[in-house]
Ligand binder design. Structure first.
Ligand code: PLP
Ligand code: COI
Length: 352
């Protein structure tokens, strides 16, 4: 397939560290439209705003999905992608749930690679930085009837990023939410659907006001079992070296970082358990020392240590609020593989 590339006549000035997360965007983007029952050939064009009718479906009913993945530059200057096809397959899973037509993952992969090569100078190389890749699909019928669109835009934008959390790789505090719910079984919580994030904003804002970085969500039925955090999955270190994480019961996003961490831990000889974890078990486990570390996992969040969480008005400190040994080890191994510093025995890191 040959992708038409239109280069920008006015390249932007590249930002310096600290980059933060998702504040800067590169010079180009991929776009591909779905018209008359088929996806057209993708194109690469200068980064610029979309012009859409105010009646466009996405503005009213949120028929939109997205993905998040990263590219890195290794010490030799080669560009590396991490488990990209897993993200593209999950994009199609999300598409299926919102009646969005399936994309050809091979074509999308090719377009993504071309875009990254074109904007390769934007890939930052400082420790903890990377190029965040955001593929999205939105329904664009200009009509107010509640139904699946007949036209869509697929696009990919790129953003040079540093740490997702303001304080970088240092322990964050979570607020255990007992009233609001993020997702219910049968809903869209296990897909990357844009509405999930809108629905989480109020609880996140309330938590932020109390000094907490993010919400730790419980199941929507009983508010009894731990599910995940707003932008990452959650793992616990039990009994010294067992990694426990909530089972994927239908309302939790099946994170690619989560799966990678479970596979890495297993390869390191650690026991791994995916099961229901009640908030009571977690509170008692942390207080008794049975649970010694908590960390989140996600593309944006990477591996994020949790230093405390608040439940029923009590703040419970985890590992004295400090970064734990196992969290650090898994962080180093994962980022080592992603950036080519550590040999990849899993076939996750692909040079392009
Ligand atoms: N959970 C939610 C709600 C997320 O938005 C993300 C981020 O993508 C994750 C978990 C982690 O998923 P992944 O590791 O695939 O990035
Ligand atoms: C990611 O980690 O890629 C995410 O999508 C999480 C968040 C920025 C919404």
């Amino acid at each position: 397939m040959s992708i038409k590339i239109t280069k920008t006549p006015t390249p932007k000035v590249k930002p310096q560290n600290p980059l933060g997360f998702g504040k800067y965007f590169t010079d180009h983007l991929v776009t591909m439209e779905y018209v008359d029952g088929k996806w057209e050939t993708p194109q690469i064009v200068p980064y610029s705003p979309f012009s859409l009718d105010p009646s466009t479906a996405i503005f009213h009913y949120g028929q939109g999905i997205f993905e998040g993945l990263k590219a890195y530059k290794d010490a030799e200057g080669s560009i590396r992608l991490f488990r990209t096809m897993d993200n593209l397959n999950r994009l199609n899973d999300s598409a299926h749930r919102l009646c969005i037509p399936q994309v050809d993952t091979k074509i999308v992969y090719e377009a993504l690679v071309e875009l990254i090569k074109l904007d390769a100078d934007w890939i930052p190389t400082d420790e903890g930085t990377s190029l965040y890749i955001r593929p999205s699909i939105i329904g664009i019928d200009p009509a107010l009837g509640v139904r699946a669109s007949s036209r869509y835009i697929f696009f990919i934008i790129l953003s040079p990023v540093g740490a997702y959390y303001e304080k970088g790789f240092s322990p964050i505090k979570l607020f255990v939410e007992e009233n609001y719910s993020r997702a219910a079984k049968g809903g869209t919580g296990d897909k990357k659907v844009i509405g999930n994030y809108a629905a989480s904003l109020k609880a996140a804002a309330d938590a932020a006001e109390k000094g907490y970085s993010q919400v730790l969500w419980l199941d929507s039925n009983e508010h009894k079992y731990v599910e995940e955090v707003g932008a990452m999955n959650i793992c616990f270190v039990f009994e010294g070296n067992k990694i426990v994480t909530p089972a994927l019961t239908g309302s939790i996003l099946p994170g690619i970082t989560r799966r990678s961490i479970l596979e890495l831990a297993s390869a390191n000889g650690m026991a791994v358990e995916e099961r229901l974890v009640s908030i009571e078990e977690l509170v008692n486990g942390v207080k008794s020392g049975k649970c010694s570390e908590i960390f989140g996992t996600g593309t944006a969040a990477v591996v994020s240590p949790v230093g405390a969480f608040s439940y029923k008005g009590e703040e419970i400190s985890v590992n004295g609020g400090k970064l734990g040994e196992i969290t650090l080890k898994l962080y180093k191994e994962l980022t080592g593989i992603q950036t080519g510093r550590i040999e990849d025995k899993f076939g996750w890191s692909i040079k392009i």
